[in-house]
Design a binder for this molecule. Structure first.
Ligand code: GUN
Ligand code: ZN
Length: 431
């Protein structure tokens, strides 16, 4: 067995205030014992841990947390990040729909998949929900590479049969068949979870939405991921394409695509009714702050959605999003909320990155916290990872301050190590 020694932080519940000490477990000198099966055996004070005969990895003075979770990211958009565009539809048509065509080429998909998981590991992200391209081979490349690293990943091929270039369009039947085959091949194999992925209402015909509905009915334990209410022109176009559905959320509602395993990217401009429907169906609104700022989509209304009882996750949305770092993501999220006169406490931020996002993905029985029986996906963080952070750390004397410094100034340099099933993977990456 392996024992990781360090300053251990793991959440027990959503923090209710700035200093809600009941929401987390903190061990100043902790020991996390991991079995050879990659599952946590114990989490305790180092002094009381039985360490004889075990390999001890001493990460002091660094923090050890559950690995970060990114519930909305696009694997074929690695080479789209930072494309100079205006708003969403221009960005999609000019760059994204051109780039994603390359994933019909298996060699390209395989090369990018390898780089994708390198980047997640470099940034401390151990689980993600990813959109692949329309091509089934992009799904194979994605899950094959995840399996090679034994990472718990959710993903699926995008279903899209209109309003996109010919080379990126499937059909209602092929989208259904390819999704079904993807579920049969990957769902539940190792740590893989499939997600039924109609890209968004604009790129799916009524017939394709009905096929997505059929798949959701056939495979009720599979995730569903899509986009909703990101941009005003997008909303107007979706309502024009589906004129008798009341509103944008109403489209997904009528096709029975909402529910506790549905991850809805963006949710920025929702009406009161739409928000109520998300709360009632236990669907998840995914806040993607770097993307929302970069594409100029709008300011997510965290407090209104939270107040109405909507489940909220936080994610990068790379390549609309501009960073793989969940620390950068929460920093931008904090700033979006500041612009709305809302506050996100440091504890709440780190809850979202770990247990909160695990709960949003219905995976909290396996990941998102450090306790016996949980899978040993962890991140080791150094709040003094750059010269300016080291200097600032001289004046930091509480855990809350340290977390906030990590969020405000931290990036991949703050990630000392990323453990997947107890294996340190970041230190094995090349430069
Ligand atoms: N809506 C539909 N597709 C996409 C995408 O790839 N990125 C973003 N940000 N929004 C979308
Ligand atoms: Zn997206």
């Amino acid at each position: 067995m392996k024992v990781l020694r360090g300053r251990v932080l793991t959440f027990l519940d959503e923090p209710q205030g700035r200093d809600d000490t009941s929401s987390y477990r903190w061990i100043e000198d902790g020991a996390i014992t991991v079995g050879s099966d990659g599952v946590i055996v114990s989490v305790e004070d180092f002094d009381t841990a039985r360490t004889a005969g075990h390999e001890i990895i001493d990460h002091r003075p660094h923090l050890i947390l559950p690995g970060f979770i990114d519930p909305h990211i696009h694997f074929p958009q690695m080479q789209v990040i930072g494309a100079y565009a205006g708003a969403l539809l221009e960005w999609l048509n000019t760059y994204t729909f051109v780039e994603e065509q390359k994933f019909g080429n298996e060699a390209h998909a395989t090369r990018i998949a390898s780089r994708f998981f390198d980047e997640l590991i470099r940034h401390g992200t151990t689980t993600a929900a990813a959109y692949c391209s329309v091509h089934p081979q992009s799904v194979d490349a994605f899950f094959s590479e995840a399996a090679r690293r034994d990472m718990l990943m959710v993903g699926g091929k995008v279903m899209m049969d209109r309003n996109a270039p010919e080379a990126l369009r499937d059909t209602p039947q092929s989208g259904y068949d390819d999704t079904r085959a993807g579920i049969a091949k990957w769902h539940g194999r190792g740590r893989a979870h499939y997600a039924i992925t109609p890209r968004f209402a604009i790129t799916s015909t009524h017939e394709q939405m009905a096929m997505a509905e059929a798949l959701a009915r056939e495979f009720p334990d599979v995730h569903i991921q899509t986009h909703v209410s990101e941009n005003l022109a997008e909303i107007a176009f979706a309502n024009e394409l589906f004129p008798n559905y009341g509103d944008y959320v109403g489209i997904y509602e009528r096709f029975h695509l909402l529910g506790p395993k549905t991850l809805l990217g963006h949710c920025i401009h929702l009406s009161h009714r739409e928000t109520e429907v998300l709360a009632d169906t236990r669907s998840v609104a995914v806040f993607c702050p770097t993307s929302n700022l970069f594409i100029g989509s709008g300011l997510f209304d965290y407090e209104r959605l939270h107040g109405q009882g909507v489940r909220i996750a936080t994610a990068t949305d790379v390549g609309g999003g501009s960073s793989y770092s969940m620390l950068r993501t929460m920093d931008e999220g904090y700033k979006v909320m500041q612009l709305r006169g809302q506050r996100l406490t440091p504890l709440r931020s780190f809850y979202h990155l770990t247990l909160g996002n695990a709960r949003a993905m219905s995976l909290d029985h396996r990941i998102g916290s450090l306790a016996p029986g949980m899978e040993a996906d962890m991140v080791v963080l150094d709040a003094a990872s750059t010269p300016q952070m080291r200097l600032r750390m001289e004046t930091v004397d509480t855990l809350e301050q340290e977390l906030f410094l990590l969020q405000t100034c931290g990036d991949d340099r703050a990630v000392v190590e990323t453990y997947v099933k107890g294996q340190g993977l970041k230190s094995r990456l090349g430069a």
